[in-house]
Design a protein around this ligand. Structure first.
Ligand SMILES: Nc1ncnc2c1ncn2[C@@H]1O[C@H](COP(=O)(O)OP(=O)(O)OP(=O)(O)O)[C@@H](O)[C@H]1O
Ligand SMILES: [Mg+2]
Length: 338
């Protein structure tokens, strides 16, 4: 583990609003709607059984043991988080979180509303930098490289670590333009006016990339004959797969998903789940979900966060669901609180 670094985002303003979008995240998928992670939007769409968004009563005073989040796996971790703390002004939202995530796998983050799941996710591509009051301490490494150090190129980082939000957020542009947006910005496809004037534009390359990304997101067959139609005309489930395709178009290594299926019907949800399963062969997927069945179905490992922003238990999904060490985790996953 490299030396722990501390990064403090601008603290001059303690407002809790996200700062306006800047162009440091041209990876199209990284354009968060301002409300993407508010607890209100999240709890509004949770299932009936876990709709009590603020109920964290019922948790005992059980002390967390480090061994409960010791998860051993083969190979080097893709993501390595060490002693991560996040503060919003004086509020301590995440406390001493350490977790190693294996490559090409699905990691589910679960826990009651407000326990810091979205906050944690946003640390993985430094999206919290955009929240004025947020201060992040600790270390996050990708392939052993610290992302919280001076000189990290945030555009490049968010290209490697893409994000998909709860509410599908396609741009009000054509399906094709949604997909090609990121690669054009990153210069992977030369398609600007200048490129066209200089004869550098490569429409075939763009076509290939659009098709490949849409196929990967299991959307191609539904949209191949209307690539120039506005993306806002797609159904919610299609829009979400489009957002996943947009994220894939810039060739990420890690894909962060914050409750990507919670606004969708069961059929659209099943498609997203199948897709996540396929993606985990080539990408490291970290997904927040309120749906315990979903976490159990699609993830290889599960991290349970509980009140106070603590990571209480982390390990192989089957073990967490069948035989958790923590009584609080058992109570949470069996629906006794949360
Ligand atoms: N931009 C922000 N400014 C100030 N406080 C915030 C901000 N975002 C989150 N918080 C606070 O940090 C804590 C963790 O919030 P977070 O959104 O990470 O929880 P969550 O586990 O994702 O909840 P949910 O399941 O409802 O989405 C909460 O107390 C929340 O109020
Ligand atoms: Mg959240």
């Amino acid at each position: 583990m490299t030396e722990t670094t501390t990064t403090s985002t601008s603290r001059t303003d303690s407002s809790t609003e996200e700062s306006p979008r800047t162009d440091d995240d041209v990876s199209a998928s990284a354009s968060a709607p301002a409300s993407a992670s508010t607890s209100a939007s999240a709890s509004a769409s949770t299932s009936a059984s876990d709709s009590a968004s603020t109920t964290t009563t019922g948790e005992s005073e059980e002390r967390v043991r480090e061994a409960w989040s010791d998860y051993e796996f083969d190979g080097a971790p893709k993501l390595s988080v060490e002693d991560l703390d996040v503060f919003y002004g004086d509020d301590h939202a995440l406390e001493g979180v350490s977790i190693d995530v294996p490559e090409d796998s699905v990691t589910a983050l679960v826990g009651p509303s407000g326990c810091g799941k979205s906050t944690f996710l946003r640390c993985l591509n430094r999206m919290n930098d955009r929240i004025n009051s947020a201060r992040v301490e600790g270390s996050v490494e990708i392939d052993g490289e610290e992302i919280y150090q001076d000189g990290v190129n945030l555009v490049e980082l968010r290209k490697r670590v893409g994000m998909v939000f709860q509410a599908p957020n396609p741009f009000p542009k054509s399906i094709r333009d949604n997909i090609a947006y990121g690669p054009r910005k990153h210069g992977d496809i030369d398609d600007g006016l200048l490129d066209r004037l200089l004869g550098r534009a490569d429409p075939d390359k763009e076509d290939e990339l659009v098709e490949r990304s849409l196929r990967q997101a299991a959307l191609w067959d539904e949209v191949s004959d209307r690539l120039d139609d506005n993306a806002l005309g797609l159904s919610g489930g299609q829009q979400q797969r489009l957002c996943i395709a947009r994220c894939l178009a810039v060739d990420p290594e890690v894909i962060l998903m914050d409750e990507p299926a919670s606004a969708l019907d069961p059929i659209a949800t099943a498609k997203i789940e199948d897709l996540i399963d396929d993606l985990s062969e080539d990408y490291t997927v970290v997904i927040v979900t309120h749906n315990m069945q979903q976490a159990a179905r699609i993830s290889d490992q599960t991290a349970v966060f509980l009140t106070g922003g603590e990571l209480v238990e982390y390990g192989e999904t089957d073990r967490i669901f069948e035989n958790p060490n923590s009584q609080r985790v058992e109570d949470y996953i069996t629906g006794k609180f949360g």
